[in-house]
Design a protein around this ligand. Structure first.
Ligand SMILES: [Zn+2]
Length: 206
């Protein structure tokens, strides 16, 4: 309230140029209550332009970010809400159910929209990941790669190697090629490394 009065009485020297999300959220509630958005507009621009939802580590600050976007309507409010959606998990949404602060000050339609957009983005990503295999299979071009392979133990050796020193195989080592099969295998190896394949588990947990 003191901050609000300082702004309304033009005591600029007493107004900080940065504010924690919680303070901004509480100010947003007061601002809405007394309908003084216009008087705060320049300050809202300054305070909200540097909100970095991606840096938020505490779940409660996501809630304050939603409140700030809804109550203060900064120019970047859609970016803030979109980024909140990307940081949410199903647990976040469950934890917010029945929250007095949200129930009182944020229309359920906003949370529903964030949740729906978030799910649509996840569905698109999953479709993109799963559909990539088909595209890789359809690209039949073959490219030479560095190294030669032992056909017996599959050990990779530098170009110019004549014999496999791992299994003492004396047959000719074969030039390594980038084929569609190689690309598909590599693609799924990368997905597995990042725990994105099979897609069911990671996307259910997002
Ligand atoms: Zn070998």
């Amino acid at each position: 309230m003191e901050l609000l009065l300082n702004i309304l009485h033009f005591r600029s020297v007493d107004i900080p140029t940065t504010l924690p999300l919680k303070t901004l959220a509480m100010l947003g509630i007061e601002c809405d209550k007394y309908a003084c958005e216009s008087a705060l507009a320049p300050w809202i621009l300054i305070w909200c332009q540097n909100i970095r939802v991606s840096d938020i580590t505490e779940e409660i600050d996501l809630k304050y970010a939603v409140l700030v976007a809804h109550k203060l309507k900064p120019p970047n409010f859609l970016t803030i809400l979109s980024n909140v959606g990307s940081k949410m998990t199903p647990a976040t949404l469950q934890n917010w159910q029945g929250d007095p602060l949200l129930d009182k000050h944020i229309p359920i339609s906003i949370l529903d929209t964030i949740s729906r957009k978030r799910q649509e983005t996840l569905d698109s990503l999953r479709e993109l990941i799963e559909g990539r295999e088909t595209a890789l299979h359809c690209t039949t071009a073959v490219f030479p790669m560095t190294g030669v392979l032992c056909p017996q133990c599959t050990q990779l050796h530098p170009d110019g190697t004549k014999n496999c020193h791992s299994c003492h195989n004396s047959t000719t080592l074969i030039k390594r090629l980038c084929t569609s099969e190689h690309r598909v295998t590599t693609y799924f190896d990368i997905l597995k490394t990042h725990k994105l394949w099979p897609t069911v588990a990671p996307f259910a947990a997002c």
